[in-house]
Design a protein around this ligand. Structure first.
Ligand code: SF4
Ligand code: SF4
Length: 479
């Protein structure tokens, strides 16, 4: 049974929140069911509406035709009051729930809400630690390394460097790049079938486990979690595994999330959709106002393919002193004040020119729920948009774009991008337990492995203080 407090009547909840939403709610309107960019002609009768609220804005989630609330619920955290917050989010028109096999008890915690409201919800879960997230499955790594070693010969040893001391820690992107180079020059390919077969098995097993944990017979989409390897799309076995489960009615759409080597992974997804048999229906990249421009070409190409795009890690910014433009922006917004994180959320919701359908927004308290919900339908004048661009540009200078360049240049094969993400979980997202679990799974202390060569800093166009962050994380984790 759901907690009593969670069964708040929908109308009552909307009334309650509307009172607190003030001008923003009054100015909001239900966004029309406009098809997203990409040229697709959509018959409105084919649109899939669930849990629709007049106070929420919606967008068509690519070719899934699902009308997704522009704010969606990320269930990554272990906040204790989720069972109260989720029904309230549903009552307020949030209709997309994002969980994963690797988010602790998140899937099982969702069971009660699913029992009551499955038909009102879109559910995405993910196969964790197959193609990335806290790590690539060690057997997948081993099989891939075996294949590229055979394919690259002496070049492999040159690239392996310090990573040979711990093959599980190897940064695989550099081998992929060398393999693509050789492939282009010779037309030959590494034999990735064993690695593909292993990933396919894991995808299928984890899907069954996820369904069991949530006590449902199908998910709307089952992602590969945190894909960091562009060569995934050379492994047709994974697509076949998905298709088989799709035909069995266990999963409706294929997708993936990514927060490392994103440019390469997204470009490979565009290519996979072109050449088939892949048909990637939706994706979840880590995009924030600072990284949007660098990922724009890939996002535009995916949008043209009518892929649904949900942005995560939108708070990917570091604290800055208050700047003078804040006051100007507040004036343009009828004195309504937004802090740094909220401005980043507004930016992701309103300044991505139709490329981002929805945005994951971590809401861990009722106060956050009440403050964040109206943001999807708040109106920004042209002047307010310009002002917001100016402020957020300043605020996001020097933030991590999750590009992975630091990691590719690290002679010790430290998973630098992951470590920076764990640092963000700890210091920006208030996810101490998640950060600790992921850090422990990595199995080494980056500050001890790091030789201070500075190659990561040279590679980082954003000038992120990488080594300082690694040392801080290391200290945090022994504390
Ligand atoms: S720290 Fe810099 S190089 Fe490393 S992933 Fe972030 S932006 Fe890219
Ligand atoms: S300074 Fe950077 S590149 Fe060099 S070993 Fe440390 S983390 Fe790796």
């Amino acid at each position: 049974m759901l907690d009593n407090r969670s069964s708040l009547d929908r109308r009552q909840f909307l009334k309650t929140t509307a009172a607190g939403l003030g001008a923003a709610a009054a100015a909001s309107s239900l966004a029309a069911a406009e098809p997203a960019a990409g040229g697709a002609k959509v018959d409105p009768k084919n649109l899939d509406w669930r849990s629709k609220s007049p106070d929420m804005a919606y967008a068509r989630l690519g070719r899934t035709n699902f009308m997704v609330s522009r704010i969606v619920s990320g269930l990554g955290g272990g906040a204790g009051n989720q069972k109260i917050l989720w029904p309230r989010q549903l009552a307020s028109g949030i209709n997309y729930y994002d969980t994963a096999r690797g988010y602790g008890n998140s899937e099982t915690n969702l069971k009660d809400l699913l029992k009551e409201s499955r038909k009102d919800m879109w559910v995405t879960s993910k196969a964790t630690d197959v193609a990335g997230y806290s790590r690539i499955d060690p057997e997948v790594s081993r099989l891939y390394v075996e294949a590229v070693k055979k394919f690259l010969g002496d070049k492999f040893d040159e690239l392996a460097g310090g990573g040979r001391q711990n093959p599980e820690r190897m940064d695989l992107l550099r081998f992929h790049k060398a393999a693509v180079e050789k492939q282009t020059a010779t037309g030959e390919k590494p034999d990735l079938r064993p690695a593909g077969k292993r990933m396919a098995e894991l995808y299928a097993t984890k899907l069954d486990e996820s369904l069991e944990r949530m006590a449902i017979d199908h998910v709307d989409s089952y992602f590969l979690h945190g894909v960091e390897i562009p060569w995934l799309f050379d492994c047709g076995e994974v697509w076949e595994a998905y298709e088989k489960r799709h035909k069995a009615g266990k999963v409706k759409h294929f997708g993936f999330s990514t927060h490392k080597n994103q440019k390469e992974v997204l470009a490979a997804a565009v290519q996979a959709n072109k050449t088939g048999p892949w048909r990637i229906d939706l994706i979840m990249p880590g995009v924030n106002p600072g990284s949007f421009e660098s990922l724009r070409p890939e996002l535009e190409a995916l949008k043209k393919q009518d892929v649904g795009i949900i942005a995560m890690k939108t708070k990917g910014i570091v604290n800055r002193p208050v700047n003078v433009d804040e006051k100007k922006f507040a004036d343009l917004m009828d004195e309504k004040k937004y802090n740094e994180w909220e401005r980043a959320k507004l930016w992701m919701l309103h300044l991505t020119e139709g490329l981002i359908d929805a945005t994951i927004i971590a809401m861990q308290t009722m106060e956050e729920v009440e403050k964040d919900l109206p943001m999807a339908s708040v109106r920004l004048s042209a002047r307010a948009q310009r002002q917001l661009r100016t402020i957020v540009k300043l605020e996001t200078a020097g933030t991590c774009h999750l590009c992975g360049d630091c990691e590719t240049h690290c002679p010790e094969h430290i998973a630098v991008t992951d470590m920076i993400r764990y640092h963000a979980y700890l210091h920006q997202y208030n996810e101490r337990q998640l950060a600790r679990e992921l850090y422990q799974q990595a199995g080494y202390d980056p500050a001890k492995v790091c030789n201070s060569c500075g190659k990561c800093a040279d590679a980082c166009a954003s000038h992120v203080p990488i080594v300082d962050l690694l040392h801080e994380l290391s200290r945090d984790m022994v504390a």
